[in-house]
Design a protein around this ligand. Structure first.
Ligand SMILES: [Zn+2]
Length: 455
């Protein structure tokens, strides 16, 4: 048995409802990757048990490791390469032509960089949707992060492409179990149809059948903008959410990215499947691509739909920094509702922790620092000038903390970041590899595009 003690920290407590608070002077006890107790700090002699690994967290605040609820991790290789363009041009002139250049090696190099960026920022889980997902799994296993991976497909790749993506998900799931050594797997898999506007009803129906039969969830984009919803109604007579209902995707269980075009009339449908549905909101993307709206979190919350916070890919978000995402979530929700009392600091922290766990399919496993949960923990130092004086640590976490305030990170009880350095992997090598290959990915001289955006 491995035993870890995080000694003498403050602990952010995120209850299922109501206000969060901070307990001072706590020890977090961990056995075989699971939190067994969070109790007032003991006398130092208690640290001297044989084989006990102690993380001295004096002066630090422990928060549940954050979840990036929707991303395309290898797109860090395109960071800053598609700026000041419309959403149509972003897809058709930049990203989908660039993705003609994807190779397993380039995806792996990008995924390693992404995992490094997220772990150093206290992001302990990411929910990914991309190609060559086997390479992303290896990067996640190497760096020590937790991930749910959905191999992406479009209907334009035919039945063969669809079935290959399903098979990739099966193999990822098996790889996760194989690497888990009897613990809950750190790598899990979902099915990854791209979106209702790039995947036919027939393929969505088949996806839902496989999901139900084999116990997968479905991670996809839907109702990303109000324009997409209108276009779906014009073409098909139904909203994208109604497409997910009639193809069985909602019933099978799904994580829906964005949902900015969800209508009030969609809410009863989503509510019916609330136990198996979650929405991921990535507000920086909506601002940057001038999408005109954001996820209707207040309405979804009222309907009981779990919500997580994500970055989407760094080709538009530029970072995989969930602190930035949660801050923008609070700000854009207040603006959307014209209500400064909505989207409180406690509610925002709950979305990034408990909400993220549900979005990742890890409800009850991660997302809170309490006995029985996996020990995914970020320890922050809030003593820097931008957080001081510290009247309210919850306010600091939402509105002033930076990713660089994260000092130590544990995933499944293993310390993967120590004193702001990765323990599992060689960061200079990761950076060198990414710099060496980046130009090959953003090369627009390759003919064609992997898909055309016409929602
Ligand atoms: Zn996305």
């Amino acid at each position: 048995m491995t035993q870890v003690l995080i000694r003498n920290c403050s602990v952010l407590v995120v209850p299922e409802t109501g206000e969060c608070w901070v307990d001072e002077g706590q020890d977090i006890h961990i056995e075989d990757g699971m939190i067994t107790a969070v109790i007032p700090t003991e006398v130092p002699q208690a640290d001297r048990r044989d084989g006990l690994e102690v993380v001295d967290a004096t002066g630090l605040i422990a928060v549940p490791g954050l979840t990036n609820s929707h991303t395309h991790s290898p797109m860090v290789m395109m960071r800053g390469a598609a700026e000041d363009v419309s959403i149509d041009d972003w897809f058709n002139q930049k990203i989908w032509p660039m993705e003609m250049n994807l190779t397993p090696e380039r995806v792996r190099v990008g995924a390693r960089l992404a995992c490094a960026e997220m772990l150093l920022a206290g992001v302990t889980t990411f929910v990914d949707h991309y190609f060559h997902a086997d390479q992303i799994a290896e990067a996640a296993l190497e760096t020590g992060i937790r991930a749910d991976l959905a191999p992406t497909f479009f209907s334009s790749t035919g039945v063969e492409g669809r079935e290959a993506a399903f098979e990739a998900a099966r193999q990822l799931r098996a790889r996760g179990v194989q690497a888990a050594n009897g613990r809950p797997p750190r790598i899990t898999a979902s099915l990854g149809p791209h979106a209702p506007y790039t995947v036919t009803d027939e393929d969505l129906t088949r996806t839902a059948e496989v999901a139900r039969a084999e116990g997968f969830r479905i991670h996809l984009h839907a109702a990303e903008t109000e324009d997409q919803t209108q276009s779906s109604k014009d073409r098909l007579g139904v909203t994208p959410i109604e497409v997910l209902e009639r193809t069985g995707v909602l019933e099978a269980g799904s994580l829906i990215a964005h949902g900015c075009g969800i209508l009030d009339s969609d809410l009863p449908l989503l509510e019916r499947y609330a136990a198996r549905t979650a929405i991921a909101s990535c507000p920086k993307v909506y601002l940057k691509l001038a999408m005109g709206s954001t996820t209707p979190i207040k309405q979804l919350h009222a309907a009981g739909i779990p919500i997580g916070i994500g970055t989407d890919g760094a080709a538009v978000h530029n970072t995989l920094d969930v602190w930035e995402s949660l801050r923008l979530t609070a700000l854009t929700q207040k603006q959307r509702e014209q209500d400064a009392e909505w989207m409180t600091i406690s509610d925002t922290l709950r979305l990034a922790t408990r909400g993220g766990a549900t979005a990742a399919g890890l409800t009850n496993l991660t997302g809170a620092l309490e006995p029985g949960r996996r020990a995914d923990v970020a320890l922050l130092d809030l003593s820097a000038p931008h957080n001081q004086p510290l009247h309210n640590p919850l306010a600091a976490l939402v509105y002033s903390a930076r990713a660089s305030d994260v000092v130590h990170v544990l995933v499944d009880g293993t310390q993967v970041v120590e004193d702001r350095h990765l323990t599992t992997t060689n960061l200079p090598q990761i950076l060198n590899d990414a710099r060496a290959l980046a130009h090959t990915l953003v090369d627009l001289s390759t003919k064609g595009a992997i898909q055309h955006y016409a929602p």
